[in-house]
Design a protein around this ligand. Structure first.
Ligand SMILES: C[S@@+](CC[C@H](N)C(=O)[O-])C[C@H]1O[C@@H](n2cnc3c(N)ncnc32)[C@H](O)[C@@H]1O
Length: 226
């Protein structure tokens, strides 16, 4: 495991991110306008997620998302990518339904678990950073991309890299299914608003459908690649 070099070390930000890796409530005012990636931030976030995968994190339910299930029920099998795939529950469902699957996650432990889960199939599983999607060597292009809970945790800069990379890998007409948390007030730094999400993807994607989530402010976005 490599720690940030001394010159990169920003203890306050690292502390903030380590207690709040997904951009939750505990953002001190001094960081409010600093949604540029801070030195060491993504490394700390990666370490935080990796620690979560020592156990079973709360999101790792083992149940494929009903929104994914109903989406692929209407599609012929093709090529799919799950970005921030965790332990591969949704990939397994796709593979069981004859999709050729790729999963990426920056937590090596999650990818190791996904490898075990999908051992009867031939998935492409990569330990990789979603913000650098465009420069990865992937077996695309893809007909379907899924993201449940990764995009919303990125910085603005990271999201831009992600959106550009996804545009490279999703074929025209392809579907991008995104589940993202939303802030519940102006002060709330969790997630990303509907407007900002649409803006992030508007150059290359069209919003075909939108569903407000229940409970935690959140939404499902159904984008298509232009
Ligand atoms: C809330 S979890 C959801 C995991 C999975 N999608 C699921 O529904 O079970 C978010 C996932 O995104 C991954 N992640 C966060 N930031 C990432 C990044 N920059 N690159 C790759 N993976 C990332 C985390 O390691 C984690 O597995």
């Amino acid at each position: 495991m490599s720690f940030p070099k001394k010159a990169d070390w920003n203890p306050a930000e690292i502390l903030r991110t380590s207690i709040d890796p997904m951009g939750l409530k505990y953002r001190p005012a001094v960081f409010m306008n600093l949604r540029k990636e801070q030195p060491g931030e993504s490394r700390v976030r990666r370490i935080w997620f990796s620690i979560q995968y020592l156990f079973t994190p709360p999101w790792d339910t083992g149940i494929p998302a009903p929104e994914l299930v109903s989406t692929i029920a209407q599609l012929p099998p093709g090529r799919a990518i799950d970005i921030g795939c965790g332990t591969g529950t949704n990939l397994l469902y796709l593979a069981q339904h004859r999709w050729a699957v790729t999963g990426i996650d920056f937590a090596a432990r999650a990818i190791a678990k996904a490898r075990r889960k999908l051992q009867s199939y031939s998935p492409a599983l990569l330990v990789a950073d979603a913000t650098k999607l465009g420069s990865l060597d992937l077996p695309g292009p893809y007909d379907l991309a899924l993201d449940m809970g990764c995009f919303h945790s990125l910085t603005d800069e990271g999201r831009d890299g992600y959106a550009a990379g996804l545009a490279r890998w999703l074929r025209p007409g392809g579907i991008f299914l995104l589940y993202a948390w939303q802030p519940d007030s102006v002060e709330d730094r969790r997630g990303i608003s509907k407007e900002k999400t649409i803006r992030c993807f508007e150059d290359n994607f069209r919003l075909a459908r939108y569903e407000q989530g229940a409970g935690q402010p959140s939404a499902w976005y159904y984008f298509t690649r232009k």
